[in-house]
Structures are given as structure tokens and as C-alpha cells.
Design a protein around this ligand. Structure first.
Ligand SMILES: Nc1ncnc2c1ncn2[C@@H]1O[C@H](COP(=O)(O)OP(=O)(O)OP(=O)(O)O)[C@@H](O)[C@H]1O
Length: 269
């Protein structure tokens, strides 16, 4: 099988500060202030060409961070990611400039991706048509609703014909008609043998669409396998987790943090 994405020992550390003073002091005396927070801890996985991989996990588990690292828009702290082909990320509002109009954003993104003026002139109407934004395409993006931003982001990304498509929650803010149209487009991509990473809380869409599921928990991989194997386990986990009391949830998190620290000390090579 041909590999499309190889992520090796990806760790992403953020600094958390309790106030602005700490933030400023840390700039002057690096490493003296703030608390280390690991959004991802030693995450390794591979996706084959033409596979659709869904990222699932509770809020804050690291799904978007991992998607953004694969897309090259967030740097990893350590580890490496190899992406074979042109990745194109659709995250609501990611890479869109609020002060520019929708049309200018399309042109800017295409220029950044290396398209020629001629190719941009050809592609632009297709993107605008897919977005169904009508006259709003000439309004600044900061005046768009989140659904409108998502339409623009999705339309640009699918129409640049990427080898790897990364879709981060883009369908959750759009209306049902647009979501259906987008899912059809994603199916088209799948049938063309393209690789996809799909971040969503909609397990229904995951079932319809993905081959594999990467389940993240507190920045660590809890499970990676086929949809049939992982999704029922994740659903069962969610059902059980919601029954826990606040204290039990805290204890669960504490246990996960211990695991995380161990993992960071002894990375899986
Ligand atoms: N720039 C940042 N600075 C500090 N912490 C950050 C930053 N970006 C993300 N984080 C933290 O990293 C963790 C993972 O965030 P991420 O957005 O990847 O989670 P997620 O699984 O996509 O969550 P959700 O389901 O809520 O979208 C969160 O705790 C978040 O607060």
C-alpha cells in the first residue's frame, strides 16, 4: 500500500499562563514562567493513500491540533510528519483573512498554493458557484456568519483538487443542504482515490464516510483501527463517561495525565 501520511512521535507543547504578567516575564526570562501543557503527546500513525481517517475524541483531545500539524499550519514541538502530496485543510475560518472579501481570499489562497493568474481566472467562478455565497462574495469575510465562512473555506479547498483533504468540523456549522452537497463532494474525492482526514463530532458522518478512526484522548492515541472496531468502543465510552460525576471525571483526567507524563518520558519509537 502507498503511504499518504506518516506521523511519528508528534508532541505539541503549549505554555499556559495564569496572567499577562507571567506571559511577559516568560518572554524576558524564558522557561521561568508558565505551565507546560501537552495538546499532543507522542502521537504516531500512518494513513495509506485513498484512506479516509476520522479523528474522534472529546473536546480538547487534540484533534484540530493534529489536523493543523498535518496541514502544516501549526508547527509540532517534536516529532515529524511526512505528507505525500498537496494537503489542503478546511477548517472553519482557518487561513481566511477577515479584512479581505471572499473573492480576495480565494485569489490569495490560490496564489499561495502556486496557481498561475490564468488558472485563478478559471477556478474562481467554480469556487464562487460552489460556495453559493452570491453577492456576499464581495463582502469582507469578517461580516460572514460561521456557516458562510465554512462554505468559503470548503469551496476553496475542494476545488483546488488536493491530493489530501483535511476537513475540520467544516460541515457542522453549514446548513443541511450544504452539508449534503459537501458530503457528495467528499464521496467523489474518495472514489477518485484521494486521502482524507475528517475531524468531526458527528459519528453518523464518520460511519458514512471513514475507513479508519483515530481516537484521541488528552492528546494521546487511545485507539486506531477500522471504523467497525473503534467507533462502537468510542460510543460506549461516551455513554459511560457522561454517567460519571464531576469528581470521577476529574479523577479520570488525573489518571490520563499520569499516563501522559509516562508517555513523554518513554516515547514509543
Ligand atoms: N494556541 C494555544 N495555546 C494554548 N493551548 C492551546 C492552543 N491551541 C490549542 N490549545 C489546547 O490544546 C488542546 C487541544 O485542542 P484542540 O483544538 O486540538 O482539541 P480538539 O480535540 O480539536 O477539541 P474540540 O473537539 O473541542 O474541537 C486544548 O486543551 C486547547 O485548549
Amino acid at each position: 500500500m502507498e503511504k499518504a501520511i506518516i506521523a511519528r512521535n508528534i508532541t505539541k507543547k503549549y505554555k499556559l499562563y495564569s496572567n499577562d504578567k507571567e506571559r511577559i516575564f516568560d518572554l524576558i526570562f524564558p522557561k521561568s514562567y508558565g505551565e507546560d501543557f501537552y495538546a499532543l503527546a507522542d502521537v504516531s500513525f500512518q494513513a495509506e493513500k485513498s484512506e479516509s481517517v476520522g479523528f474522534v475524541g472529546m473536546n480538547g483531545s487534540g484533534k484540530s491540533t493534529l489536523a493543523n500539524i498535518i496541514a502544516g499550519i501549526v508547527p509540532e514541538t517534536s516529532g515529524s510528519v511526512e505528507v505525500y502530496g498537496q494537503a489542503s485543510l478546511i477548517a472553519v475560518a482557518a487561513g481566511l483573512n477577515g479584512d479581505l472579501t471572499g473573492r480576495d481570499n480565494i485569489e490569495l489562497k490560490l496564489l499561495m498554493l502556486g496557481f498561475s493568474k490564468k488558472e485563478i481566472v478559471e477556478l474562481e467562478p467554480e469556487i464562487i458557484d460552489f460556495s453559493e455565497l452570491g453577492k456576499f462574495i464581495d463582502q469582507p469575510v469578517k461580516s460572514y456568519s460561521s456557516g458562510m465562512r465554512s462554505r468559503l473555506g470548503f469551496s476553496i479547498s475542494v476545488n483546488v483538487n488536493p491530493d489530501i483533504l483535511i476537513i475540520d468540523e467544516a460541515l457542522s456549522v453549514g446548513d443541511k443542504a450544504f452539508a449534503e452537497k459537501s458530503l457528495d463532494k467528499m464521496k467523489e474525492f474518495k472514489s477518485e482515490g484521494k486521502t482524507m482526514i475528517f475531524v468531526s463530532h458527528s459519528l453518523g458522518q464518520m460511519k458514512r464516510f471513514c475507513d479508519k478512526i483515530l481516537w484521541l484522548e488528552y492528546g494521546m492515541i487511545r485507539k486506531y483501527g477500522t471504523v467497525e472496531e473503534v467507533l462502537p468502543q468510542y460510543e460506549e465510552f461516551l455513554n459511560e463517561f457522561k454517567k460519571l460525576s464531576g469528581k470521577e471525571k476529574e479523577a479520570y483526567k488525573e489518571e490520563a495525565m499520569v499516563k501522559q507524563r509516562e508517555m513523554l518520558k518513554n516515547p514509543v519509537l
